[in-house]
Design a protein around this ligand. Structure first.
Ligand SMILES: *[C@@H]1O[C@H](CO)[C@@H](O)[C@H](O)[C@H]1NC(C)=O
Ligand SMILES: *[C@@H]1O[C@H](CO)[C@@H](O)[C@H](O)[C@H]1NC(C)=O
Ligand SMILES: *[C@@H]1O[C@H](CO)[C@@H](O)[C@H](O)[C@H]1NC(C)=O
Ligand SMILES: *[C@@H]1O[C@H](CO)[C@@H](O)[C@H](O)[C@H]1NC(C)=O
Ligand SMILES: *[C@@H]1O[C@H](CO)[C@@H](O)[C@H](O)[C@H]1NC(C)=O
Ligand SMILES: *[C@@H]1O[C@H](CO)[C@@H](O)[C@H](O)[C@H]1NC(C)=O
Length: 658
């Protein structure tokens, strides 16, 4: 019994299926597509395009008898196919594809992303899957012990490969290993051969212009008989997640008990890849047995397309979430990026959760992943909406929030990774070189720019709610970026910003915020004032280990100002290179911004004008008189008089530089 079918993809609607037999056997058939798999506009056979979280499959419609039912022994088989993986530079690339031998062509439990449409979290590794696959994996999943982000693996019922090797081939002449980048967009030929007499499975790869290398890339001694059933389907499965790329199969031949051959002269070229243009743009499925063509059947595209079942395999995304698609990361991607939230990747810990460093493989983008626990679904919806808003913000002085992920009782926020430490490290860490005056003044302006954008330039008013030195991160050029929007809440311009919890950090909380729990742009300005003083004075807004009159920074600076000694508050580390007028300006501005009465505080755009020298601070700004509240008590910063359990302490998202 010898059976072969060959799949080549040719022009237009023509799908030629030929069947022949030796020993009276014959069958007719075609290729069934599932998920997002399609014949693309340029007549190419594409398993996935760049749709997020999608699965694409193509199976030969008829099952193959792969095992002798009387003795339970698998038959030998051989298959060869040509594939190409095309990436989109603007997107993160992943996950890969697989040649599959499966008891069913439905594979309804196959999830997207790293599961390649083969398995899901529950059934991965279960021997009742009866699946043999050869993965062409372009993403390194730690959970499956992947060796790298460009490898070939033999998978038995599990995505944790039994054997794997970096994609490439061994040169016939020298025996030397040559790398092949599977995401290069180049056409690559693969061979999967099983010899039942010696129980050996070989996998070989080569660039299209080379003939089959003598040495296989992978050779595994295995008897697949116990794994497979008598009747199995053969085909391909592929998936995208947050990471996307197009997977093409350009030609395929499969043969039981023999050697599969593929006519490479008729292979189509790959889009966006000039080098591999070929004359032929044919699309055909040829099925022949022993090279003898018995019948030819023409199928139409309509049949092809009607077999498609869209979106059946996409990951579960709740309805309200769909609109945030681009901001949604898959849990498993982040799990992989952070090496399974490994201790070694931890950047910092805070009241809300931990921050991990992560590297999105393939793109090698460094990110900071903040893990927050959550429980309420309602709150989650609002939170995600907010994150989506914040994710659209783009400003050179804001740390970018790239997206989020809801996963298993927790919320993950993904930010740009900042290689330098947060500003407080520079100000307080005595071991480290401190930032000089010019740099500090620039940082103060940078943060003002960021806040002006949030308060006055974005379509909605965004209240940051947690401005402090530890939330200001420095990039490699010491450009300041305001980070941690985890707590920020946006509010429509017309609406009164309402919040249910007081959030913020002691020393930065405006008196009225402590009283009524309402965060407004003005409470941000208050915190910004405290921040300015912090940066110039080189001390925290509240310091318990100093004399009582110095505990509150605002009070202390104000006191010194009244005594005509405002410059004595300046960070001693700065004294040499300080610009007196600038330091005085920032100190007074800090006091004005941290004024106990919200009406007196400037808007951020005004703050910018003062800093640029386009406007001068109000002459008659008398902190003392205005510092009395209505009850006539002398002004005390909220930090001293206020304490309540409803305050949420926050920790910044910090990156620790090396
Ligand atoms: C990908 O293919 C699917 C199914 O044909 C289609 O609905 C979707 O618009 C395509 N997406 C992109 C990004 O090309
Ligand atoms: C299947 O196994 C039986 C028993 O060993 C043997 O007689 C028969 O020839 C085998 N069939 C094929 C197609 O190899
Ligand atoms: C995985 O697939 C199985 C079988 O279809 C299903 O019962 C199970 O719920 C799926 N698990 C997940 C996590 O999707
Ligand atoms: C494997 O899957 C079968 C059928 O779905 C199930 O009954 C069995 O409990 C699973 N085994 C494991 C170890 O999960
Ligand atoms: C293949 O790639 C790996 C990783 O990029 C590299 O370390 C190795 O030297 C390369 N080998 C060859 C033969 O190019
Ligand atoms: C697998 O490769 C080895 C060489 O490493 C070769 O001897 C053997 O015949 C091959 N087996 C199959 C099934 O192609």
């Amino acid at each position: 019994m010898i059976r072969v079918f060959e799949l080549c993809l040719m022009l237009g609607a023509l799908i030629r299926v030929a069947a022949a037999s030796m020993g009276g056997f014959s069958f007719n058939g075609n290729i069934e597509l599932a998920g997002v798999a399609e014949v693309s506009a340029d007549n190419l056979f594409r398993l996935t395009n760049t749709t997020y979280f999608s699965v694409g499959r193509a199976f030969y419609a008829q099952p193959q008898t792969v095992k002798n039912s009387s003795n339970g022994k698998a038959f030998s088989f051989s298959t060869t196919f040509v594939f190409a993986i095309v990436t989109d530079e603007s997107k993160l690339n992943g996950h890969g594809m697989a040649f599959v031998i499966s008891p069913s062509k439905e594979l309804s439990s196959g999830a997207s992303s790293q599961h390649l449409g083969l398995f899901n979290r529950t059934n991965n590794g279960n021997s009742s899957n009866h699946i043999v696959a050869v993965e062409l994996d372009t993403f390194r999943n730690q959970e499956f012990n992947d060796i790298n982000d460009n490898h070939v693996g033999i998978d038995i019922n599990s995505l944790t490969s039994v054997k794997s090797f970096p994609a490439g081939y061994f040169e016939d002449a020298t025996g030397e290993f040559q790398n092949l980048s599977m995401v290069s967009g180049e056409r690559i030929q693969a061979w999967v051969e099983y010899d039942a007499t010696v129980n050996q499975l070989n996998v070989t790869l080569a660039p299209i212009h080379l003939s089959k290398p003598r040495l296989p890339l992978l050779s595994l001694d295995i008897d697949i008989s116990p794994v497979i059933l008598d009747q199995m389907y053969v085909g391909f499965s592929s998936a995208t997640g947050r990471l996307v790329q197009s997977h093409y199969v350009l030609g395929w031949s499969f043969q039981m008990e023999g050697k599969a051959q593929l006519d490479l002269s008729r292979l189509p070229s790959v889009p966006g890849n000039q080098q591999s243009k070929s004359r032929s743009k044919e699309l055909a499925i040829g099925l022949s047995i022993s090279g003898v063509v018995l019948a030819a059947i023409i199928f139409s595209f309509i049949v092809f397309l009607s077999m498609k079942r869209k979106d059946k395999f996409t990951e579960i995304i709740e309805d309200w979430e769909v609109q945030y698609g681009p901001h949604r990361f898959s849990y498993k991607d982040l799990f992989a990026a952070t090496k399974g939230f490994r201790e070694t990747e931890l950047l910092g810990k805070g009241g809300f959760g931990e921050v991990y460093k992560g590297v999105l493989p393939v793109s090698k983008t460094q990110v900071a992943v903040k893990r927050i626990s959550h429980n309420s679904k309602q709150g989650m919806k609002e939170f995600v909406a907010e994150i989506a808003t914040i994710g659209r913000l783009r400003h050179p002085n804001l740390v970018r929030l790239l997206g989020y992920c809801r996963g298993e009782g927790q919320l993950l926020l993904v930010y740009d990774y900042m290689p330098n430490a947060s500003l407080d490290k520079f100000i307080y860490n005595k071991a480290q070189v401190t930032v000089n005056w010019v740099q500090r003044f620039k940082i103060i302006k940078d943060v003002a720019l960021a806040l002006t954008y949030l308060h006055e330039e974005w379509v909605e008013v965004i209240v940051h709610r947690d401005i402090k030195a530890s939330n200001v991160l420095l990039d490699s050029d010491l450009r300041a970026k305001l980070g941690d929007f985890g707590l920020a809440r946006s509010s429509k311009r017309t609406q009164d910003p309402q919040t249910t919890h007081v959030a913020g950090t002691f020393g930065y909380i405006a008196p009225e915020l402590a009283k009524n729990g309402r965060a407004t742009p003005s409470t941000d300005v208050y915190a910004y004032g405290a921040f300015c003083l912090e940066v110039v004075c080189g001390r925290r807004p509240v310091e318990s280990r100093v004399s009582p009159e110095e505990v509150a920074l605002v009070d202390w600076v104000y006191q010194r100002w009244r005594e005509g000694k405002i410059l004595s508050t300046v960070d001693p580390k700065l004294n040499k290179d300080i610009k007196i007028e600038e330091a005085e300006l920032v100190l007074k501005l800090g006091l004005l911004c941290s004024h106990p009465m919200a009406e007196i505080r400037p808007r951020m755009s005004q703050v910018l004008q003062y800093l640029k020298g386009d406007a001068s601070l109000p002459e008659n700004f008398d902190f003392h008189v205005l510092g009395q509240d209505q009850k006539g008590e002398s002004y005390k910063p909220a930090i001293l008089s206020y304490s309540t359990p409803s305050i949420t302490f926050t920790e910044s998202f910090k990156s620790v530089g090396r």
